[in-house]
Design a protein around this ligand. Sequence first.
Ligand code: PEP
Ligand code: MG
Length: 325
Amino acid sequence: HRASISRSSHLPAVTTDAMDVNVLGNIELAEEVVSVRDHGGDGIGLLRTEFLYLSRSNFPSEAELFEQYREVLELMAPAPVTFRTLDINGDKAIAYTLSPEEANPALGLRAIRFCLRKKEVFKTQLRAILRAAAYGNAQIMFPMISCLEEVLEARQLLRDCAEELALEKQRHNPDMPVGIMIEVPSAVVMADVLAREVDFFSIGTNDLVQYLLAIDRGNPQVAHLYNSLNPAVLRMIKRVVDEAEKAGISVAMCGEMAGDPFHLPVLLGLGIRELSMNPQSIPAIKNMIRHMESHDCRTFTEGLLQKSHTYQVMEAISEKYGKFM
Ligand code: PEP
Ligand code: MG
């Protein structure tokens, strides 16, 4: 069974009623591109760029970043690569930023907040991404967006960097799609407004569940309460997909939820057509997609959205789709 799953992993993932689903990989370093290709990934849906900033003693230079990004794009071309801009602090602290200690790092100066404070660090990265984007199929997205102002300011800085590069006559691509991660509840509430300013959404369930349910994603004391199938989470995802559809932009999911077979019927039912996950999860998810009927998932999920308890959601999935897992 396993051998047949891995043999078919390079075929497109299409449901029994002919709906295409893009299945991509999440990676941290250029070395992992091979793994995405080997497992049949349709591209890289999340490049966690902060990993190039860890385990060293100072910020990497534009030239260093450019070389790494270009390598990833060239290895993956013509398939897409989504660069998630620096998401440091919170659970991914680096020593040399010398940030003051924070009592609640997850609610502190992390990700886009850090970048908008340290503009030189941010602009170095934006310039490297813009330059590398001339060598493949690049997209860029900003993490931890919690309000419109952050999107507008980040986009302005991206435009500033593109203008600088144009003046310097440096080869670059100023036209790549720009998206945001949806991982803070306020961004879900404001999804209609944010959708007007970006080309795509990518739902980061790891943080969205943490912030929505007020459960520290790394705290074992409350890990039993952390469940992506909580009805509140499903309603949030539905809202994001609905608002993206209304605005005519695409919506992907790149949190851990996207790579779990148990969640797949629900995600297809909610209208998610692009999933990004650990490369190792790709073959099994692609295989399962081929056994699903999207219409069926839709009807099933409409029923799920009426449930009040997490356990009811889980029972319903086991009953109907258990045999596929
Ligand atoms: C997420 O929050 O779901 C996500 C994909 O980002 P990270 O896990 O890197 O915070
Ligand atoms: Mg996150």
